[in-house]
Design a protein around this ligand. Structure first.
Ligand SMILES: Nc1ncnc2c1ncn2[C@@H]1O[C@H](COP(=O)(O)OP(=O)(O)OP(=O)(O)O)[C@@H](O)[C@H]1O
Ligand SMILES: [Mg+2]
Length: 292
């Protein structure tokens, strides 16, 4: 199964063009969506999750028309929104059971499914507490459990690890990677390195436009030999930005280290850096800004 998105457009009533001719081919496996705040990630995910309409374009999941056959999509969809909104005062186990009813899980299997999921997301010991009393990380884990109800074939998780501590984040990623090879998992995150570790394919989007789509490794190899770094003084940042194509500036022990994009070693004490996915991210965004 593959999710094929063609020329998807969405402009909000306030004039923001949140999706501009977005075309992506998403195979089974883990697919990473990277992009700065306001890039259009959630808009794309909500559209694919049938919660909001696009203005134009198409999306097909196998032979399902995602934009029109909403009921069919929902039958195979697991979705974790970025914001959950209101939390119920009933216990987690009751809530998940209720959601399992809505998902159409047969009564004979429901209890087993619900209990297994609560165990998988490490909430078994807290199952009798209300979700409204949960910590941020526990709520997120509950959200993951509900997204996995009913063996979905398309899982869309919007910043699923926001608010999880490092241990929970690892556990969550292990869980996602166990789900199986015949499932499409679309994951948005701001943690660029997570995409490199987990996802065989990814897209970088900004201002509603796809800046890169493909394998993380391919994007990295495109930057090979192009990234140079130098430790500078804080007061020098602007000068360097004028003189070089600075794609990032990061404080290391309080001192800025800049990364510069250049086909040859720039003059002035730069040394070659091994490109990371973050360099890819910043390089694509800076290229888009230069064009604008
Ligand atoms: N309901 C809405 N009405 C008007 N504008 C909206 C609406 N939802 C989103 N936007 C705008 O559309 C753009 C894309 O927003 P979106 O939430 O899709 O970005 P995002 O990539 O998910 O960002 P973040 O990383 O902050 O979650 C932003 O400029 C945002 O302000
Ligand atoms: Mg978002």
């Amino acid at each position: 199964m593959q999710l094929t998105i063609n020329n998807l457009n969405k402009t909000y009533p306030n004039g923001v063009r949140a999706l501009q001719d977005v075309s992506l081919e998403i195979p089974t496996g883990m697919y990473g969506l990277l992009g700065p705040n306001g890039a259009g990630k959630s808009t794309l995910m909500r559209t694919l999750a049938t919660l909001q309409d696009a203005d134009s374009g198409t999306a097909t999941l196998g032979d399902i028309n995602v934009l029109t056959d909403k009921d069919e999509v929902r039958r195979v969809l697991g979705y974790l929104p970025q914001e959950f909104g209101v939390y119920p005062r009933i216990s987690a186990v009751e809530m998940l059971d209720h959601l399992a009813v809505l998902k159409g899980i047969p009564p004979a299997q429901r209890k087993e499914v619900v209990n297994a999921l609560l165990q998988r997301v490490n909430l078994w010991d807290h199952r009798k507490k209300s979700v409204s009393s949960y910590s941020g990380g526990m709520r997120q884990r509950f959200g993951i459990a509900q997204a996995l109800l009913g063996d979905p074939k398309l899982i869309i998780v919007d910043e699923p690890t926001a608010g999880l501590d490092p241990g929970e984040r690892n556990r969550f990623y292990n869980l996602l990677s166990e789900i199986g090879e015949n499932v499409i998992v679309i994951l948005s995150t701001h943690i660029v390195e997570d995409v490199r570790e987990l996802c065989s394919n990814m897209a970088i989007i900004n201002n509603g436009q796809v800046l890169y789509a493909g394998a993380p490794d391919l994007a990295l190899s495109e930057l090979k030999g192009m990234v140079w770094e130098k430790a500078i003084a804080k007061s020098e940042i602007e000068d360097y930005q004028q003189q070089y194509r600075v794609i990032s500036s990061k404080l290391v022990a309080g001192k800025p280290i800049i990364h510069v994009l250049s086909e040859t070693n720039p003059d002035g004490g730069f040394k070659a850096a091994t490109p990371g996915l973050e360099d890819v991210f910043f390089a694509k965004i800076s290229a888009q800004e230069q064009e604008a």
